[in-house]
Design a protein around this ligand. Structure first.
Ligand code: GLV
Ligand code: MG
Length: 302
């Protein structure tokens, strides 16, 4: 699994941001051709993205390009031009506004065609699918099963809130009038469950109030607590917070390693399935929970 605690959105129309993104500590960078790029400069943005992929230094990062959605007039050329010219530099293509599995199947087929024509290994480029409307959410399980290239389901809260008519303008915060509950819980859990049922990562979308780092942290903690692997970041100030929130704390990591060690001892040396670790009973299910935290901690270098 690739690291995706923080997924940095970079508008393909802005060469200065494309340059700067290479120096930032986000796990993933995605070069955007969709909603952060105005229709008038879509073509120009493609050329910028190809140049940035070819000439930039993206060492150590997961690199994706977000193309326009499958119903637009831009998307097929986005895929063809970017993958032909720089497919060897790309880990994934992100497909926005996926409302039906056929969108993913379309991208899978087109990627295969371009990979063959360009002499690239067939099937290496992955797909990240954004779930951004009610239809996409209802179809999330089928979307998650639509292609072996799929690596992640990604929640798109801004488009999603607009699509269902949620009465708010602040993405990532509770809608006014619903402060007691969590308006995102159902959506996040549905996406997470669909993703996990098919062995995919689940990524939370953007928090748009970029000066409110505490607000970002709050939204990120909510997704991380449920089990999400990471979240979009739109600004350098969100990166450090995101990497921290999506890594286990040192205490949790140490605790997880201790459970694994103790469980190994009890099952092999003492041949017991359940045992006490201090005041805590541990068994095979505890081992599995500890493995999740330990794996995230090891990946974060704890
Ligand atoms: C992201 O694409 C969103 O719509 O939130
Ligand atoms: Mg969107």
């Amino acid at each position: 699994m690739r690291a995706r605690r923080t997924c940095l959105a970079v508008p393909g129309s802005n060469p200065r941001f494309l340059e700067k993104a290479q120096t930032l500590a986000a796990d993933e960078v995605f070069l955007d051709l969709e909603d952060s790029v105005a229709p008038a400069v879509k073509e120009e943005a493609r050329a910028n993205v190809v140049a940035a992929l070819r000439e930039g230094d993206w060492t150590g990062k997961t690199v994706a390009v977000r193309v326009n959605d499958a119903t637009t007039r831009w998307s097929y050329r986005d895929v063809i031009e970017v993958v032909e010219a720089a497919g060897d530099r790309l880990h994934c293509v992100m497909l926005p506004k996926v409302s039906d599995p056929s969108h993913v199947v379309w991208l899978d087929t087109l990627l295969g065609q371009v990979e063959r024509a360009a002499g690239l290994p067939v099937g290496r480029i992955g797909i990240e699918a954004q779930i951004e409307d009610a239809t996409g959410l209802v179809n999330a399980e089928r979307i998650a099963a639509a292609s072996p290239r799929l690596e992640t389901l990604v929640f798109g809260p801004a488009d999603f809130m607009a699509s269902i008519g949620m009465r708010t303008l602040v993405v990532g915060e509770q809608p006014p009038g619903y402060e007691e509950g969590d308006a995102y819980h159902y959506v996040l859990m549905r996406i997470l469950t669909a993703a996990r049922a098919h062995g995919l990562q689940a990524i939370d979308g953007p928090y748009l109030q970029i000066r409110d780092v505490e607000g970002f942290r709050r939204a990120a903690r909510r997704a991380a607590a449920l089990g999400f692997d990471g979240k979009w970041v739109l600004h350098p100030s969100q990166i450090e917070a995101g990497n921290e929130v999506f890594s286990p704390s040192q205490d949790d990591y140490d605790h997880a390693e201790l459970i694994l060690e103790a469980y190994e001892y009890y099952t092999t040396v003492e041949r017991r399935g359940a045992a006490m670790l201090g005041d805590e009973m541990i068994d095979e299910a505890s081992r599995k929970m500890a493995l999740v935290v330990a794996a995230k901690g090891r990946a974060a270098g704890l």
